[in-house]
Write a protein that binds this ligand. Structure first.
Ligand SMILES: C[S@@+](CC[C@H](N)C(=O)[O-])C[C@H]1O[C@@H](n2cnc3c(N)ncnc32)[C@H](O)[C@@H]1O
Length: 289
């Protein structure tokens, strides 16, 4: 642990605020790498004569902040971790930073299964850091999962996260194109979830440099209209889902109607768009007849 005076820390915070830098990014850095949460800071303010103990020396912390502000590198990649739902996930540049709006997909999946005692086999297609799959097996004791990704490095990150968070082995990981590595589970999957790359070309090209320069293109870019991966996932889904099985997809703000049409074409019913907390039709679900 490294000791600094609270005054020194508060002066720095004051500087950041007065120079209009993003103070929430700073709090995240301080938490993820310094080990001081916002609540800790609030308590410190009350006793502001105390010393602060950081997990990193002050000089290195300052260097990391400069790296963030000068290069627009996301704090999560600088720290190699991110909070998502109840967990802290490790990240590398091979995986997307799990987004806050995606957190809802765990509730949607959990709520869709009425019988909580039923054994469920689910697939998380394009697992990235493993955040969705890991949350689902930890929050649903009767569920087992299959997590796939096209990128072996992402699979390594997801496996590491699962091992760190849980001692169970209810989650298996596979590298390959969408459903392809799950051929042995054909017709057995009760529920499939995917947050595939869905950003259309014209939007992708205009993303801020914090995204374009640091987040993996293969995690974001969905082809000309953003729909190419949905087409693959939906068209193969009937081979893998049980009758009555559900498919839950995250999509871009304006894609849900087109996705519903695709789902209809491949034999799905009970189609529904679910809004995220910002009122955007972020999730599309369907049930295989
Ligand atoms: C938007 S990210 C989602 C990551 C994670 N599930 C989340 O919600 O944070 C999409 C993921 O799909 C993976 N992916 C892209 N193309 C794929 C493919 N053809 N087959 C399987 N996974 C793919 C990417 O590597 C990436 O990890």
């Amino acid at each position: 642990m490294y000791e600094i005076s609270t005054n020194e820390l508060f002066l720095w915070i004051k500087d950041i605020k007065s120079s209009n830098q993003n103070i929430d990014d700073f709090y995240l850095l301080l938490d993820l790498i310094g080990g001081i949460s916002k609540t800790d800071l609030f308590l410190l303010k009350i006793n502001s004569k105390e010393k602060v103990f950081l997990k990193i020396d002050f000089h290195s912390l300052k260097k990391k902040w400069v790296e963030h502000t000068q290069l627009s590198k996301p704090i999560q990649y600088i720290c190699g971790s991110s909070y998502w739902r109840n967990f802290k996930f490790e990240l590398t540049s091979d995986v997307l930073i799990p987004r806050v709006e995606t957190e809802q997909i765990v509730e949607i999946a959990t709520d869709i299964i009425d019988n909580k005692d039923k054994k469920i086999l689910f697939a998380d297609l394009g697992t990235g850091s493993g955040s969705i799959a890991i949350s689902l097996v930890l929050e649903n004791r009767n569920w087992c999962g299959l997590a796939t990704d096209i990128d072996m490095n992402a699979i390594i990150v997801a496996q590491k996260n699962y091992k760190k968070i849980s001692l169970d082995s209810k989650l298996n990981f596979f590298c390959g194109n969408w459903w392809e590595p799950l051929i042995n589970y054909s017709g057995m999957i009760n529920l499939a979830i995917s947050n595939p790359p869905y950003i259309p070309r014209n939007v992708y090209e205009k993303l801020p440099s914090s995204v374009l320069d640091f987040e993996p293109k293969k995690a974001l870019y969905g082809g000309e209209d953003g729909l190419s991966h949905f087409k693959q996932i939906i068209s193969d889904a009937p081979k893998f889902l049980v009758r009555g099985g559900w498919l839950i997809l995250e999509n871009h703000f304006d894609q849900s109607e087109k996705i519903k049409n695709l789902l209809r074409e491949y034999g799905f019913n009970s189609l529904k768009t679910i809004n995220d907390s910002f009122g955007i039709g972020r999730f599309t679900i369907g049930r295989y007849k």
